[in-house]
Design a protein around this ligand. Sequence first.
Ligand code: FAD
Ligand code: NAP
Length: 560
Amino acid sequence: MTNFQPGVEESVKTHYDVIVVGAGMGGIYAVHRFRKDGLSVLGIEAAPEVGGVWYHNAYPGARVDVESYDYCYFFDQDLYSDWTWTERYAAQPEILRYLNYAADRLQVKPSILFNTWVNGSQWDPDTHRYVVTTDTGKTFTARYLVMATGNLSKPRKPDFAGIDEFKGEWHQSAHWPRTPVQIAGRRVAVIGTGSSGVQAATAIAKEASELYVFQRTANYSVPAHNREADQERHRRYSSKTETIWKELTESGGGIILPPVLGKAGDYTEEQQQQLLEERWAFGGQALLGLFADQGTDQAVNDIVSNFVRGKVRQMVKDPETAEKLMPTSYPIGVRRLCIDTGFYDIFNQENVTLVDVNADPITRITPTGIQAGDNHYEVDLIVFALGFEAFTGALDNANIRNEHGQQPSDLWKRGPRTYLGLMTAGFPNLFTLTGPLSPSVLANMNAANVQHVDFIADMISHMNERGLTRVEPTEEGQQAWMDHAASLAKPLLRLAHDNYMVHVNKDDGSRVFVPYSGGFNKYVDQCNEVVAAGYRGFAFDAVRDEAGELTEPVASAHAQ
Ligand code: FAD
Ligand code: NAP
């Protein structure tokens, strides 16, 4: 039985120029771009269809927190203009439809093997190829291995005691089933109040007979002010996609947002409050880019954090619940800001209860519900929104081994070691899209994926033109990048607060900020400089015979 989508050629070759693992936003574009460059490409995807995050996270309320008209492909004007979004912040079903639309238009599905897990990838130093194995028993070789596996794609498993005894239904937000899950009239628990939990709880509150929201750390959430998409903006953007793409790459987050307005001290207290109100009214991520010093100066951050706490106090009628919902353990912007469509309002509903897991830790799941402290909550359905094994989870799953039998994470025990987030010294020809020490979760990840793929595709062309077959960062190049990333992160309030973006070495307390924090614009500049300097920091080589001659002709490292 073939695992390709219907209508696909049955003949699967065994060697490819490039294997792309994952068919989310990054993988779709990667397959398209490499194929356009004349390379032979195989995509491999565990799910039965494209979409990645937007396939797996089909939980109620899932939607984008970057405006729809920024969170899509710009590289093809017609592809852009022929799709209209219905909402300012599109919901998961619409994004999944969009990704299918893009994949169909680009005709990438025939190049992707679906329902197939990559469970091993071994570098062969003699042939400069990876041997890629799959759970279906198929084995392939590829010169280049591109991991489009996502940095938020391996959800944390719920490991609560007693979970196996639960007689009701439970699901992970990031592995939401394709068959409908009944919410209406049921008693539901949502555990976790990050972006996923906030969105799920907001939607579930509309239908559930009872909803218990289990919160361990209160997070800042700001309104999306979602509404119909601005079709005028679509028309404007459609006529100049290249210009808009340039604007995205010149922005700090790969998103077009109101600008940073200088330091807080440039304004009176009254003006500061006025500006905060304007950003609140604008909605979404705009609040984070208001004062230039809010990410580095605790006192300035307090102005913004207190403003949001004040909003929570206004919105939530019960003062005790409002108090619990107010984040106090970290400054705003240090974790990903939640963007909501009425989260705080649900706590004014009769059917919604906030459970403070800090005061009453969850001790076990019982056959009929959840025991937290002295209280037992009877529920029919539990939704776990516990976050992800970010950055390394999916890479570890693919079991990538270098010639010494190591995986990337073996070398990352004290924090990730990468060059540009795209490659790791010790792992030739292995590329990681939105990898650690790239802007990753601090940027519009669609834009980041496209930029990365273009960089890699250009590098492969550079190599093919020269008969080169092996590339790896030099230790010096990689160290320089890591030092640069660390120096940018050092003054940030972010570095001092634990969450999935910070790697902490328990023995000496040293901390590594995992995303590149210099901004998408600065990152793009750095990549361009590396290329202009002849791929500074990378070492190239070619497969040679015993006489030292190239074994593959120039400009045809292509598949046989
Ligand atoms: P993914 O979409 O994660 O795709 C990876 C694919 O690889 C998956 O389909 C997976 O099945 C497959 N895969 C993994 N391992 C293997 C393997 N070993 N073998 C075969 N296949 C494998 N970012 C934003 O910029 N804005 C947002 O609003 C936003 N919202 C988000 C909402 C949610 C709920 C989540 C979880 C993330 C969100 N993100 C957002 C981040 C999101 O990860 C990226 O925007 C983007 O969708 C990631 O695309 P990707 O192609 O890099 O990876
Ligand atoms: P997350 O931000 O890591 O949140 C996980 C939540 O689960 C936290 O509230 C965490 O509490 C809680 N938790 C974990 N283990 C727990 C336990 N044992 N008991 C009780 N609570 C527990 O994960 P996420 O919400 O899935 O978001 C991850 C990232 O995905 C976001 O940062 C964002 O980049 C992206 N995302 C974006 C959107 C969007 O709006 N478009 C939506 C979803 C996800 P603690 O905080 O105390 O650890």
